[in-house]
Design a protein around this ligand. Structure first.
Ligand SMILES: Nc1ncnc2c1ncn2[C@@H]1O[C@H](COP(=O)(O)OP(=O)(O)OP(=O)(O)O)[C@@H](O)[C@H]1O
Length: 300
């Protein structure tokens, strides 16, 4: 589990992280979403142990990360700016990582040659295209067999086929080995199919953090048609987050689970009623109730 508790980081007096708190459960794929400059890379660099916070705590399984080799040997990352030794090839970096990560999986390195076919393992990584450099980074990171994988905008620059391949490898590792994956993105849509937890970051703080199952069980979209064109007077304790109408179809976003809300609306004898799942984007928009326009911009 990764725990970030009330972390503050200032650069020349500017609070890039302003009391950031988040929890990434073990074995989850946690998506950290936020606009440019929100602090995503900065918090990931703390979790990688590159930066030391001014105050607060950054813990992996209860142990502080900064200057802690035992934690770093269990953690691999793909940062936003990839770092390689001058003129090192993927194979050179493999040898380096093999010496550093106790569970480095040489057989997997060989097997993944069939996935990352466009990457020549002997070529200097700096001379590869941006997308190929990302592929090389994934190839290496996956072979480290880390308990925790920290990915900063990881699929940027990868073509759609490679994105799918990489996500499927990552999800396989989570399922088989309980790897914890923390991944940042500008785009909630990008993470929709893969994450089971999401945190929204804005101006150095996590504004909301939810598990997907919580979200999906707690908000439902109902499409209903009544005999009358008007919506009947619904009970005040039915927590309706949004109402819209197209023709005779009313679309209600209601807090509660689908069965419970369906049963309550059934009492008003609708001609037609259907409960639909919400996308992650819709859930966040309604959850936030339009209070924070910065966040609406992030998720829209
Ligand atoms: N080394 C640094 N020195 C000074 N300011 C910094 C440094 N690193 C980050 N910042 C500032 O901290 C804020 C957060 O930056 P960060 O790179 O973490 O944002 P981000 O959410 O990753 O953005 P992006 O989506 O654009 O990559 C920005 O205002 C940035 O200018």
């Amino acid at each position: 589990m990764i725990q970030v508790k009330d972390v503050v980081k200032t650069f020349d007096g500017f609070r890039a992280l302003d009391g950031l708190t988040m929890t990434v459960p073990s074995g989850s794929i946690y998506g950290l979403v936020g606009p440019n400059g929100a602090g995503k890379s900065t918090i990931l660099r703390h979790i990688n142990g590159v930066y030391r916070q001014d105050s607060g705590e950054v813990l992996v399984d209860g142990a502080p990360v900064y200057e802690n080799p035992a934690v770093k040997a269990r953690l691999a990352s793909i940062p936003d700016e990839l770092y390689y030794f001058l003129s090192a090839s993927t194979r050179d970096m493999m040898r380096f990582f093999r010496g550093f990560y106790p569970r480095f999986d040489q057989a997997r390195y060989q097997a993944l040659k069939d996935v990352f076919t466009t990457v020549d393992e002997r070529q200097s990584i700096r001379r590869l295209s941006k997308g190929m450099q990302k592929q090389s980074a994934f190839w290496l990171a996956l072979c480290c067999r880390p308990d925790v994988l920290v990915l900063d905008e990881p699929v940027d620059g990868l073509d759609p086929v490679m994105r799918r391949q990489v996500w499927s490898l990552l999800m396989g590792d989570v399922a088989e080995h309980g790897t914890t994956v923390l991944v940042s993105s500008h785009n909630l849509r990008e993470l929709e199919d893969v994450c089971d937890h999401v945190g929204i970051l804005s101006r150095g703080k996590v504004l909301i953090e939810r598990s997907l199952s919580d979200l999906q069980e707690n908000v439902v979209k109902m499409q209903v048609v009544f005999q009358e064109k008007q919506l009947p007077q619904l009970p005040a304790d039915l927590e309706i987050l949004n109402i819209s109408q197209v023709g005779r179809i009313h679309t209600l976003i209601v807090r509660g689970n689908a069965t419970e809300v369906t049963n309550r609306l059934a009492a008003y004898a609708p001609i037609l009623m259907e409960a639909l799942p919400l996308t992650l984007e819709e859930i966040f928009i309604y959850e936030l109730g339009g209070e924070d326009y910065a966040v609406r911009d992030i998720v829209l």
